[in-house]
Design a protein around this ligand. Structure first.
Ligand SMILES: [Zn+2]
Length: 288
């Protein structure tokens, strides 16, 4: 069931759960996400970052579309951190049903301008748009990057930004960073700030950099009103840990269908843990 983000998150927002957005990155991770979504009856977002799209090629989006159309679970194909108007247009052409335009590093006015331009092009063809205000941090370990200094989202500006741009979802910066936190780096989510933003912004809110944060804080953010949480590193880390183990234990192996099934299972364990944490399990019935 392929849909856009607005339709997908309307139900999540109303029923206080967050839909997980998993960065796909490879065919095996797509398999893991789709299998888990069906098994857990959990709506999912297939997120693809421009670097991932360059690696996978545009034709990979066709596989995502085929999976989403065949699935009985609501799915969105979402461009993560679109960096320019042109990148977003390419994604729409490929069949993404939702795009992010990330102008968070620009001035406030320029962020509004580029976001408005994307909304103007996307909305007439029913593609949803996510934008970001404030900056997500970086741990230096992920492809998504991020800012070395986190700028927390200002609630007043957030309200103004949503009104001026007409976006469907807003990514907020409340203290998370992309990637896995190195030892000694302790993220502290500003849940008080999230409440302030939630009080004045009506569109669904998105949490980036959701990997390796404290589970209690993530669960609390869902209760407060986060409707989409991006997970990339946690799934990939579990998957490749298993890949390394399998190859080490079976030096002569070279058949993908022997090597990858236990790795897909390892990814699924993390995926399904997150689905539970986000209160998103067994929510497919709400879309009927
Ligand atoms: Zn992100």
């Amino acid at each position: 069931m392929l849909m856009n983000m607005k339709e997908l998150l309307k139900v999540a927002q109303k029923n206080q759960f967050a839909v997980p957005a998993f960065n796909i990155g490879s065919g095996q991770i797509l398999t893991a996400v789709v299998q888990s979504a069906e098994a857990m009856q959990c709506p999912v977002i297939l997120a693809i970052h421009p670097d991932e799209l360059s690696f996978l090629g545009d034709s990979f989006v066709e596989s995502c579309k085929a999976e989403a159309n065949a699935a009985k679970v609501p799915m969105v194909i979402h461009l993560d951190h679109g960096g320019s108007f042109e990148q977003v247009m390419r994604a729409i052409q490929c069949g993404f049903t939702s795009v992010m335009i990330d102008g968070s590093h620009l001035s406030y006015e320029d962020n509004i301008e580029i976001t408005k331009k994307v909304v103007g092009a996307a909305h007439p063809i029913h593609i949803s748009v996510e934008a970001e205000l404030g900056t997500i941090g970086t741990t230096g370990t992920s492809a998504e990057g991020g800012a070395s200094e986190i700028i927390y989202t200002d609630p007043k500006l957030a309200k103004d930004f949503v009104a001026k741009t007409g976006i469907d979802t807003l990514a907020v910066a409340i203290g998370t960073a992309h990637g896995i936190y190195p030892k000694g780096m302790k993220p502290k989510l500003r849940l008080d700030l999230l409440k302030e933003i939630r009080d004045v912004v009506m569109v669904p809110l998105v949490l980036h950099g959701g990997s390796s944060n404290a589970d209690e804080e993530i669960a609390e953010s869902v209760k407060i009103g986060i409707s989409k949480i991006n997970i990339s590193s946690d799934v990939k880390a579990a998957y490749y840990k298993k890949v390394r183990e399998v190859l080490k234990d079976n030096e002569g192996w070279y058949e993908p269908n022997a090597i990858y099934p236990p790795c897909i299972a390892a990814a699924r364990e993390v995926i399904e843990f997150k689905m539970n944490l986000f209160n998103a399990v067994d929510k497919v019935k709400l879309y009927k």
